[in-house]
Design a protein around this ligand. Structure first.
Ligand code: HEC
Length: 97
């Protein structure tokens, strides 16, 4: 019984840790999967004047993600949920200064 309790505690601790790690890296994971191909390092391989460096307004980033344009595809709520779009925008703001 003691062993089971210890195991269970370990499993719960590991699960909590993974959830926290995922939340911290979620923005980065979405960026790598959907944006980095055209915006490596916060740049822009298609239009050098439209980099995402130094952007501070998450609403502007999310608006661009939703509408696309100028060669960038639009990402709807199915491609990137509202919650993920916010996490993604926060990641861009804190990473590409
Ligand atoms: C296929 C290439 C491509 C992909 C993938 C892409 N973008 Fe873009 N992005 C562009 C291009 C090209 C522009 C310039 C659009 C224009 O000139 O209107 C742009 C512009 C932007 C801008 C506006 C920058 C500015 O200075 O006005 C933001 C913000 C942005 N992208 C964010 C993202 C995010 C976040 C993702 C991932 C969800 C993403 N992009 C995926 C090509 C891409």
């Amino acid at each position: 019984m003691k062993l089971h309790t210890t195991l269970l505690t370990t499993v719960i601790a590991v699960s909590l840790f993974s959830a926290a790690a995922f939340a911290a890296d979620a923005g980065e994971a979405i960026f790598k999967a959907k944006c980095a191909a055209c915006h490596p390092g916060g740049g822009n391989i298609m239009n050098k004047k439209a980099t995402i460096k130094g952007m501070k307004d998450s609403k502007k980033i999310i608006a661009q993600v939703r509408k696309g344009g100028g060669g960038m595809p639009a990402f709807d709520g199915k491609a990137i949920s509202d919650a993920d779009a916010k996490v993604l925008a926060d990641y861009i703001i804190k990473t590409f200064k």
